[in-house]
Design a protein around this ligand. Structure first.
Ligand code: PMP
Length: 313
């Protein structure tokens, strides 16, 4: 089977590294080095894993022209896979629970992908079960972003190396990210560490504060899309020695996201979350020369109908 990568229309392998820029919202602290992942072709960092996983599978002969790629995701990963499949001459099917916003469905269909719905009551687990069932059919390839080690590899070999080339002195003291699959945080951390950085991994965890008359307590907040509390197969504390958790109030994450947008960074809510976690890391490091890296994972346009844009309605 040929390992030649397909597509006379392909531009994906000509996409430049995303910029890494210093952003200083708090004058009392050094700037945070922010990787502008929303500038990837489909608008999110998931373009990296879509391309890396599909190209590797292609080279290994596990997927070929006309095959069908199937993923259980209603989010950025499906959109990125739909774009990559359009570029590679593959078919794509996104399986998602009913009730997902029309915008996402339209984007996937516009790239030539199909969308299948599973009952809303079964949640994402229902979609995953359906995908697993289809994985046994011939000509079907399952990227499985929550289990596939190539998810973190895309960031170890791609994002981390770009950061090292871009940051002054090739020095990174901490890297902060929210976790969905964990691919971003694990891959960035491993890639930076193996290239000599003594880097602290920082988990950005959104919380909502609940005040009772006795005390304040907090729990994981699901108000920041893309970031989950579940532990995926990729995110494992053993892979992140010295991990610290930065808890960020979801209100603060949203306020910081709006502040970033106001400055001209068209980002989604997890960018505000990540930025706040990076500020927390800078405070803990307490060193004016510290260089902390984070990512702005996706674009604001996906969130027009959410809480993020309420103040602008
Ligand atoms: N998607 C979005 C929109 C995110 O903000 C994040 C967290 N930064 C993720 C995904 C999580 O990335 P990963 O799956 O690599 O953990």
């Amino acid at each position: 089977m040929s390992a030649e990568l397909p597509g006379c229309h392909r531009y994906l392998n000509r996409v430049a590294p995303t910029p890494l820029v210093p952003v200083q919202l708090d004058r009392a602290l050094p700037p945070v080095w922010c990787k502008l992942e929303f500038l990837n072709p489909s608008g999110s960092t998931k373009d990296r894993i879509a391309r890396f996983i599909l190209e590797k599978a292609w080279r290994q002969g596990r997927v070929t022209c006309g095959d069908r790629v199937v993923e259980a995701s209603s989010g950025s990963t499906s959109i990125a896979l739909a774009l990559a499949c359009a570029q590679m001459g593959l078919r794509f099917l996104a399986v998602m629970p009913e009730g997902v916003s029309n915008e996402r469905v339209f984007i996937i269909r516009a790239y030539g992908g199909d969308v299948a719905f599973t009952p809303a009551a079964l949640g994402i687990r229902g979609a995953i079960a359906e995908v697993e069932r289809m994985g046994t059919e011939p000509g079907v390839f399952l990227p499985k972003q929550f289990a596939n080690p190539d998810n973190a590899e895309a960031h170890r070999l791609g994002t981390a190396r770009e950061v090292l080339d871009q940051i002054p002195g090739g020095k990174v003291d901490a890297v902060a990210s929210g976790v969905g699959t964990g691919g971003t945080l694990v891959g960035l951390f491993e890639g930076l560490r193996e290239n000599g950085c003594r880097v602290v991994p920082v988990l950005a965890r959104p919380i909502n504060l609940v005040s009772t008359h006795e005390a304040e307590c907090c729990s994981f907040s699901a108000r920041i899309p893309g970031v989950a509390d579940a532990i995926s197969e990729i995110f494992h504390p053993d892979r992140l020695p010295g991990l610290i958790t930065a808890e960020v109030r979801d209100e603060d994450a949203l306020a910081t996201t709006r502040e970033l947008i106001r400055l001209g960074f068209p980002v989604g809510p997890s960018s505000g979350l990540n930025y706040r976690a990076a500020l927390d890391a800078l405070r803990r490091l307490n060193d004016p020369t510290a260089q902390v890296v984070t990512v702005f994972p996706d674009r604001m346009e996906r969130y027009f109908t959410t809480e993020l844009f309420k103040p602008f309605v």
